[in-house]
Design a protein around this ligand. Structure first.
Ligand code: IPM
Ligand code: MG
Length: 357
């Protein structure tokens, strides 16, 4: 029986994950799938309960699970504590310990939400892109880091380094090309090769890997131009492959093309198919506890889990279709409201997806 670890985390995390679990329970009680669900603490909740954003017990449970569903971490309560104790560090350490280097962030426009995008309908029509973000390297994990005093003049400086090894670039590019060959067969590699040496190497490795995928076209964009192109003509993109920091930024940008960051799921995969699944949105402390958060990104993360870690493509599609039908019926959480449809809260949205299933 597959073992799924649930890490609800902070802010709206527990609320949206609660609805995602309801969807899993609905599949389980209908006999569609057999699952063993376990729960553990992460982030600020874990700092409060155990003095550590990723307690040993949570890490051990994650290591032995087949898949992990995570809500969100962080919040103002923990912003001023020592960096190693901050909620975000728990998440970064979890990603790194699990070796989930390939972060898949799809941005798909649901036709019934074309009016919810801040861009014109004709610009976002047919949007279906996938950002493949390198997740366990780059400037997020450069060493050594810190705020320190310069010996010359005693002035303080913040220090981070961006490092990418060829093997790290190669494996993420292979993931991107592999996926692209089952899609529209276009990979756009995003870097800053006009300025950064890491990017120069990235470009060279991407070119080399592309030689093994003759049916996939490779193009390159500088990250600043990519940001502009994503807003100008987003449907030109199929698969975008990029490093950790650029992928973080571009995926938030891409999410708004679809209407709301509350809609975007993600999967972070290791070499073997084990995965960490999380909405790309954060803990949203401003709306936490109000029952208004959009649970669809978390629910769609469950669909990605069914597809990528549990080998249940048909169930993944059922969940995605259920989400599509609920949106088509006009149900809207406030983030995608825009005055259209029926405004509902977190609970009702989750319930409606279960009914549609
Ligand atoms: C994300 C988030 C995280 C990141 C934060 C919470 C550390 O923004 O998953 O995109 O920067 O990777
Ligand atoms: Mg982010």
């Amino acid at each position: 029986m597959a073992k799924v670890l649930v890490l609800p985390g902070d802010g709206i995390g527990p609320e949206v994950v609660g609805e995602a679990i309801r969807v899993l329970e609905a599949l389980r009680s209908s006999g569609a799938i057999d699952l063993d669900l376990e729960f553990a603490d992460i982030g600020g909740a874990a700092v409060d309960a155990h003095g550590n954003p990723l307690p040993d017990a949570s890490l051990a449970a994650a290591m032995s699970a087949d898949a992990i569903l995570l809500g969100a971490v962080g919040g103002p309560k923990w912003e001023n504590i020592d960096r190693p104790l901050r909620p975000e560090q728990g998440l970064l350490r979890l990603r790194s310990e699990l070796g989930v280097f390939a972060n898949l962030r799809p941005a798909v426009l649901y036709p019934s939400l074309a009016g919810a995008s801040t861009l014109r309908r004709e610009v976002v029509a047919n949007l279906d892109l996938l950002i493949v973000r390198e997740l366990t390297g780059g400037i997020y994990f450069g060493q050594p880091r810190g705020i320190r005093e310069r010996t010359q003049d005693g002035e303080r400086e913040g220090f981070n380094t961006m490092v990418y090894r060829e093997s790290e670039i190669e494996r993420i590019c292979r993931v991107a090309f592999g996926i692209a060959s089952g899609r529209a067969r276009r990979v756009c590699s995003v870097d800053k090769a006009n300025v950064l040496e890491t990017s120069e190497l990235w470009r060279e490795v991407a070119e080399r890997v592309s030689g093994d995928y003759p049916d996939v076209t490779l193009s390159h964009l500088y990250v600043d131009n990519a940001a502009m192109q994503l807003v100008r003509a987003p449907s030109q993109f199929d698969v975008v492959v990029t490093g950790n920091l650029f992928g973080d930024i571009l995926s938030d940008l891409a999410s708004m093309l679809t209407g709301s960051i509350g809609l975007l799921p993600s999967a972070s995969m290791d070499e073997s198919g084990k995965g960490l699944y999380e909405p790309i949105h954060g803990a949203a402390p401003d709306i936490a506890g109000k029952g208004v958060a959009n649970p669809l990104a978390a629910i769609l993360s469950v669909a990605m889990m069914l597809r990528h870690s549990l080998g249940r493509e048909e169930l993944a599609r059922r969940v995605e279709e259920a989400v599509g039908s609920v949106l088509k019926r006009g149900l809207r959480t406030p983030d995608i409201g825009g005055g259209e449809g029926e405004t509902v809260g977190t609970r009702r949205m989750g319930e409606a997806v279960c009914e549609a299933l």
